[in-house]
Design a protein around this ligand. Structure first.
Ligand SMILES: *Cc1c(COP(=O)(O)O)cnc(C)c1O
Length: 408
């Protein structure tokens, strides 16, 4: 057992165990817990007390670790942070109320007016929106570059560029960002690299090992994994994380201890779930690729995927999301979707329940058909977020959908 760098509150031991399955259960928590509890206690308090004036001075003057006030840190959150940092192979971590809270707070902590940032065009819609519109209010300039064009990315870098932000895999086409290439560009120009790794998770991809400076996670998805909480995290070197933590204390959107408990609970089964989702998603992707009703399938671990090679080099599993375009019209798509009895129609991903979304009807409902098609969001495109049900049952459900689609 070794200690991790302190940030706020007590030092948490880190388990030096190789297996991610073991670390997902034990890392970050002290072995001896309050009242000999096996589970990490939910420390549901907004404030912490000091025994006497000496305890205050030990804390303020001598830097002795002590929790002070809920907005500055909480023991349950601290354990969630230590566990996530361990899993991602990062020095430190801050947890947030949502993935977007992690992303926006991180970005704001890194830029000042006059700065410039580069972001790839198929990043998460709200992240793009934030960079495009809100950062302008602070005179931070943003260049949106096409995903996969590394020359254009490099040419977009200016003297005042602070960082490159991207995602891998992306939504909905599961494009893979080449972390080796991007690291080279960033190192040459001395800029930071930020990567939203929500779709891959530390089971499938560990961006820190590729030299990425900050990893962002919507823990709402695979990490918590039960479609019951919103949470987010940023991970990286202590020096950067401390700056983000400081801003977070002022922004104030602190995650509550009960939510951290649910995140910790979800994390225990997270490698198990993701491995199952990897396996099922690959089986489903192969099933869909052979299916006569399907026009095209996008899955990083299918040889037909344009980024198959990079995916194989930087990921150990293809993830739990499969995107596919079916033959027919929007009417076929609606009949297909309406006939499903197991898969729920809904956004999000990474939970135990299989979810299906029709991006044209949901995320892009306010786009014209022409604008949508320009982005590749066709009338018949679906994104399947595979859960942990039996894969045969999911396939049977999809087959039911295809049969209904053919009718009419
Ligand atoms: C869901 C998601 C987010 C936002 O996370 P929230 O927890 O919903 O705020 C950011 N990036 C990606 C890739 C996501 O899938």
């Amino acid at each position: 057992m070794k200690k991790i760098a302190k940030s706020s509150g007590k030092k948490i031991p880190v388990l030096n165990h190789k297996s991610i399955s073991t670390r997902a259960i034990h890392a970050g928590e002290p072995r001896e817990k309050y009242a000999d509890s096996l589970m990490t206690p939910i420390i549901q308090t907004s404030t912490f007390t000091f025994k006497n004036s000496k305890a205050i001075e030990d804390y303020t003057k001598k830097g002795k670790e002590h929790f002070e006030y809920g907005r500055y840190g909480n023991p349950t959150a601290k354990i969630a942070e230590a566990r996530l940092a361990d899993l991602e192979g990062a020095e430190d971590c801050v947890v947030f109320t949502s993935g977007m809270s992690a992303i926006t707070t991180t970005i704001l902590s890194l830029v000042q007016s006059g700065d410039h940032i580069v972001i790839t065009d198929d990043s998460y819609k709200k992240t793009l929106e934030f960079c495009k519109s809100y950062l302008k209010q602070f005179a931070v300039d943003c260049t949106i570059v096409p995903f996969g064009d590394y020359d254009l990315i490099e040419r977009a870098v200016k003297k005042n560029t602070r960082f490159i932000f991207s995602e891998s895999p992306t939504n909905p086409y599961l494009n893979i960002f080449d972390l080796v290439k991007i690291k080279k560009i960033a190192a040459k120009h001395k800029i930071l690299t930020l990567i939203d790794s929500t779709f891959s998770t530390p089971v499938n991809q560990r961006p820190i090992e590729f030299g990425m400076d900050l990893v962002l996670q919507s823990a709402t998805k695979y990490l918590a994994g039960h479609n019951d909480i919103l949470a987010g995290a940023v991970l990286g070197k202590t020096e950067l994380i401390e700056k983000i933590r400081d801003l977070h204390k002022s922004m104030g959107g602190l995650i509550d201890p009960h939510c951290c408990y649910l995140l910790l609970r979800g994390l225990k089964t997270f490698p198990l779930r993701v491995k199952r989702q990897n396996e099922s998603a690959l089986i489903i992707a192969e099933f869909l690729e052979k299916h006569p009703c399907v026009r095209r399938v996008y899955y990083p671990f299918l040889k037909s995927h344009p980024h198959y090679q990079v995916a194989k080099e930087q990921m150990t599993g293809g993830g739990g999301v499969v995107t596919f375009d079916i033959k027919g019209t929007v009417k076929t798509a609606k009949r297909f979707m309406d006939a499903l009895k197991l898969c729920y129609i809904g956004p999000s991903l990474g939970g135990v329940e299989t979810l299906i979304t029709h991006p044209a009807l949901v995320s892009y409902y306010d786009y014209t058909r022409k604008a949508r098609y320009k982005l590749g969001i066709t009338d018949t495109l679906f994104r399947l977020a595979v859960g942990i049900e039996d894969v045969e049952d999911i396939i049977e459900d999809l087959e039911r959908g295809f049969k209904a689609g053919l009718r009419g």
